[in-house]
Design a protein. Structure first.
Length: 568
């Protein structure tokens, strides 16, 4: 969004009983920091329900409420769909009557939108109130249909198969046509990329084998086969993707890294990280989708239980110390860290981050993309941050002793430091740092909180079905007798048109270790991770396994999914 949120609605809400005055001003400042409309911020962060807010605005401003879901978007006059104005004000012109243009909006106090559209088209303008979620869906649908009009979707498997050459030996031919007029290849790759985006994939795999070429999408952490085009096109696919990523198409013996920025519409683009790898039968290409617009940095949606959420918020509120998030690649560490930074991101603090790569753009945060080849490492960036008068520092990953020592020094000298490590549990993070060579007393005095996490697939609410498991088996899986006495109702996936194999979306599963006096003593004594974990559990830490079982008990995910991501 390019415009600042309007404060008229914030004042109206502050005068009502829906939101307190202090909360209203806080939400308004957060919306401005994120360059989002005030209404969008309220709905995305579940502060108010879309329908509740619309009904309040209807009474407060006397603007008629329209059900946008019942309106045929195809009837909107195309000449009034000024994308720049729609993006600026987050409104939608929907029809004209005489010399009046009617504008659908979720914030009736946004008078500037009416004035801008009226000036641009020389018409009188009137507001029509709509629910924010329906407005966002309508705008997104119009952008998608605009993109489809560009011809991205008018090619199918039959057309790409027609490109298959007759001679099998030509598959090994080193000459590759990379001309821009190779329209079928270009359109097919574009279609694959768009299909991946629409299905919410996080990664795409283009894989050549001896007798088969396979394209797979990673959706909700699991790979699914999306397409099997002719194997003789392997080199042409790789060449096209390398052209898009501005890589050397002549170099096929070494891995390469690049980036693609795919423009989806006038106001939305998708960053993609591209890696090529020479294999026995050609170059495998893996693309990571980095959609910062899709990331909803809302702590309520991460999956914390109430105790874990308060522990994280308490650690974030401290003026100094170190918060470490750990877990394997793809476990949601980045979103957890950015959610914390989003909470801390106010006009009063200076926040700097060093990342590889920068995955989510946060307005108001100084984000640095590390470049080891140029000498810009995590350690050198962090060292520079400390000369930039920082309050909060985020280091993408602590990989070596040098980075660890500088981060700890920052945490001990009045800065809040957030970072990640790759370990399996919270307790193992402490022993990993000791193994790096960090002195035990520095770890004990600087680390505030360690959070280990995994991502579990959420059961589809439309088709999940009950699962019956004997109590004796539930006990061996980790449930206790108190839970059994209270009754445990578990669910399993089924699968429907609304989901992928019975699952839709993912939720975090967490293990939070707080630095206590007892744990600090264990660290000073050189204790191992098992000893540290045992004390932490006595002090109330819920392990990843137990947190996962609670998610299954609540019907959020299945027991088989928890068994997949945790060990008993």
């Amino acid at each position: 969004m390019t415009s600042s949120p309007h404060s008229g609605l914030a004042l109206s809400l502050a005068a009502s009983s829906l939101i307190s005055e202090s909360d209203s001003q806080h939400y308004l400042s957060q919306a401005r920091a994120q360059r989002k409309p005030f209404v969008t911020y309220l709905i995305e962060n579940d502060i108010l329900a879309s329908k509740t807010l619309a009904e309040f605005c209807e009474l407060e401003y006397g603007v008629p409420l329209l059900d946008l879901a019942a309106f045929d978007l195809a009837e909107i006059p195309q000449k009034y769909l000024n994308q720049k104005l729609i993006d600026k004000h987050h409104v939608l012109p929907i029809y004209t009557q005489g010399h009046t243009l009617y504008i659908a909006m979720s914030d009736p106090s946004n008078v500037a939108a009416l004035e801008d559209f009226g000036f641009s088209f020389g018409l009188h303008t009137e507001a029509l109130l709509v629910e924010e979620d329906k407005l966002s869906q309508a705008i997104a649908k119009l952008l998608e249909s605009e993109h489809d009009a560009l011809g991205m979707d008018d090619i199918d498997e039959a057309e790409i198969s027609a490109l298959e050459v007759a001679d099998e030996s030509s598959r090994l031919d080193e000459s590759v046509n990379t001309a821009d007029d190779d329209a079928p290849i270009v359109k097919y790759i574009n279609k694959i990329l768009m299909d991946a985006i629409r299905q919410g994939a996080s990664d795409l795999h283009f894989e050549p084998y001896e007798f088969k070429y396979r394209i797979r999408f990673r959706i909700d952490g699991i790979l699914h086969e999306a397409s099997t085009p002719p194997v003789n096109l392997a080199n042409r696919f790789a060449a096209r993707l390398k052209v898009m990523a501005r890589l050397d198409i002549a170099e096929r013996r070494l891995p390469q890294d690049g980036r693609i920025k795919l423009k989806l519409s006038r106001n939305r683009s998708m960053d993609m990280r591209v890696n090529t790898l020479p294999t026995m039968w050609g170059e495998k290409v893996v693309i990571r989708l980095l959609d910062s617009s899709a990331a909803r940095l809302n702590i309520e949606q991460l999956g914390f239980d109430e105790t874990q959420k308060q522990q994280y918020l308490t650690a974030l509120s401290k003026p100094q110390g170190m918060i470490l998030v750990t877990g394997p690649t793809g476990s949601g560490k980045t979103v957890s860290l950015y959610t914390g930074l989003n909470i801390l991101n106010t006009l009063e603090v200076n926040i700097s981050t060093a990342e590889d790569p920068v995955e989510i753009n946060l307005p108001g945060v100084n984000q640095v993309q590390v470049n080891p080849k140029a000498g810009l490492t995590f350690a050198s960036a962090l060292r520079s941050f400390l000369r930039q008068d920082p309050d909060i520092v985020m280091v993408g990953e602590i990989r070596d002793l040098e980075t660890a020592e500088i981060a700890i020094k920052a945490a001990q000298t009045g800065h809040l430091v957030l970072s990640t490590l790759h370990t399996n549990s919270a307790a193992e993070t402490l022993t990993r740092m000791m193994n790096m060579g960090v002195p035990a007393f520095n770890i004990a005095s600087s680390v505030t909180l360690i959070m280990a996490q995994r991502l579990a697939r959420k059961l589809c609410e439309h088709c999940k079905e009950p699962e019956i498991i004997p109590d004796t088996e539930l006990l061996t899986l980790g449930f206790n007798t108190q839970q059994l006495a209270a009754g445990i109702k578990l669910f399993k996936p089924k699968g429907c048109k609304e989901c992928t194999g019975g699952y839709k979306g993912r939720v975090g599963v967490y293990e939070i270790l707080l630095m206590s006096e007892n744990i600090a003593k264990l660290i000073m004594q050189g204790a191992n991770s098992l000893q540290i974990a045992a004390i932490a559990q006595k002090e109330g830490m819920r392990t990843l396994r137990l947190s996962g079982l609670e998610k299954a008990r609540l019907g959020v995910t299945s027991l088989s999914e928890i068994n997949r991501i945790t060990t008993n």
